[in-house]
Design a protein around this ligand. Structure first.
Ligand SMILES: [Zn+2]
Length: 466
């Protein structure tokens, strides 16, 4: 049995198996559609079907509707994410899942649920007062000395087949130039063009943005002690509330006592981790629940303090939705918590260790943090393939969030393959026509409506616009 992973390598590796005479193998393919254009997905599926015909079994972990609908058997887990999931929701054929009302995947496959389309008349359009940033003479990797003006104050999709130059243009050219601009002189540059030695391209009209933020799917923290509340910045406010309780005042507890990382408050045995490593053999260790604090992470005396009946450990185990009820009367805390609920993250717990959050969850927590900052405008948000690993219902939530950022007078650039997302954006810049040396040009530019009519476009036929 082979476990294969990793985009293009995955496909190459699968191709090799077509030529082998081995059969009765189980192929497990994890999210093969990641980073794939619609055309490429169909190529992948024909390879997998060949492998299947040779007498092998193929198991695909996937979110993509196109790929799921080509499977012989569909197994759906859920119904919801995190602690609300973990059940077998459905097993059966495509026809059966389409009729199954309790299956959210089935409802998307049958077309009953759809990723919302944005009507053309509610999209942002380029007008005489639209501002831009401009990249010129860009020849990073395969890019063909491109000049491109990216409109601001709207959602811009960067499209193109794998290897066409999308990331070369944005992640490897625009982002480092923006970083250079905002770090040197605090963004008070006087030069018309921002240039750096290693970057083959230059940036102008930079004064049209006040800040730039890359929102990736990387973890919000790498240790067990980082969690959503500490990342989002409401952990201090929560600890202050506990320090104001009568019992805290009597015992002279400060907010520091309510941090499991601190010596004052954290369990001394496990140093606030809630678990300790036990050495089983010279090479094997396992985590076991700390027997002093029973996994609560705190000194027992700290847990005597209660706010609305909850001690600080019980509070960290509440879901975001539950905690929102508790903190209704605190404007700062409830603002962030209600944003998380609104974007469908009400199910995570306040103290959920960062490493247990998926990439998509981490990305949405980052966006929630940005949205919670009041009165922030003029920021350019850059997202590289944000729909990776997201179910249609999550894509819907992500688009709603991005809309909000644009409504607050910010700009969004999304590098994306997902045709629902590209149909939704205000403006598309399409690179190509192919990957590698045959790519690196701009093959179409304009609103999704215009791209759909553009004969040069590769993504056009897959867009669904009114
Ligand atoms: Zn402990």
């Amino acid at each position: 049995m082979a476990t294969l992973s990793g985009g293009e390598a995955q496909r190459l590796s699968l191709m090799n198996h077509l030529n082998s005479d081995l059969d009765s193998l189980i192929f497990i393919v994890d999210e093969p559609s990641t980073g794939m254009h619609e055309i490429e997905k169909n190529n992948l599926m024909s390879i997998l079907k060949e492998i299947n015909k040779l007498g092998n079994t193929v198991i695909i972990v996937e979110h993509d509707k196109n790929i799921i609908s080509q499977a012989d058997q569909i197994i759906e887990l859920g119904p919801d994410p995190g602690i609300l999931g973990g059940y077998l929701v459905f097993q059966g054929s495509l026809d059966e899942i389409k009729k199954e009302k309790s299956s959210i995947t089935g409802r998307y496959l049958s077309g009953e649920l759809k990723v919302s389309k944005k009507p053309n008349n509610s999209k942002n359009k380029i007008k005489s007062d639209t501002k831009f940033i401009e990249l010129s003479k860009v020849s990073t990797n395969n890019l063909k000395n491109l000049n491109v003006r990216i409109p601001l104050g709207m959602m811009v999709g960067i499209a193109g087949v794998s290897g066409s130059g999308k990331s070369s243009l944005i992640s490897e050219t625009l982002v480092p130039l923006l970083n250079e601009h905002f770090t040197r002189n605090n963004g008070e540059d006087e030069d018309e063009y921002i240039q750096i030695d290693d970057i083959k391209g230059k940036l102008s009209e930079w004064s049209n943005i006040a800040d730039s933020v890359v929102i990736s799917q990387s973890p919000i923290g790498r240790t067990k002690t980082s969690n959503p509340v500490s990342y989002i910045g409401i952990w201090d406010s929560i600890r202050k509330i506990y320090a104001k309780e009568e019992l805290s005042k009597k015992r002279e507890y400060t907010e520091g006592h309510f941090s499991f990382n601190s010596e004052k408050g954290g369990c001394a045995n496990c140093k606030g981790a809630g678990s300790v490593e036990v050495q089983l053999s010279p090479t094997t260790t396992i985590d076991v629940v700390c027997e002093i604090c029973n996994g609560t992470r705190y000194k027992q005396s700290i847990l005597d303090v209660r706010y609305k009946g909850k001690n600080i450990n019980e509070l960290l185990n509440l879901t975001v939705s539950e905690a929102l009820e508790l903190f209704r009367d605190n404007p700062t805390i409830s603002r962030y918590l209600s944003i998380l609920v609104e974007i469908g993250m009400g199910y995570i717990t306040l103290g959920q260790p960062a490493p247990t959050l998926s990439g998509g969850e981490a990305q949405r927590i980052k966006l929630a943090k940005e949205l919670g900052k009041s009165k922030k405008s003029g920021t350019l948000y850059i997202l590289d393939e944000p729909t990776t690993g997201l179910h249609d219902s999550d894509i819907e939530k992500l688009l709603g969030l991005l809309d909000k950022l644009v409504m607050q007078e910010n700009s969004v650039i999304i590098i994306e393959h997902n045709s629902d997302v590209l149909s939704y954006v205000d403006y598309i810049i399409e690179l190509g026509p192919e990957g590698g040396p045959l790519g690196g040009g701009i093959i179409s530019l304009g609103s999704p409506q215009e791209i759909k009519l553009n004969k040069n476009s590769r993504i056009g036929p897959f867009l669904s616009v009114d």
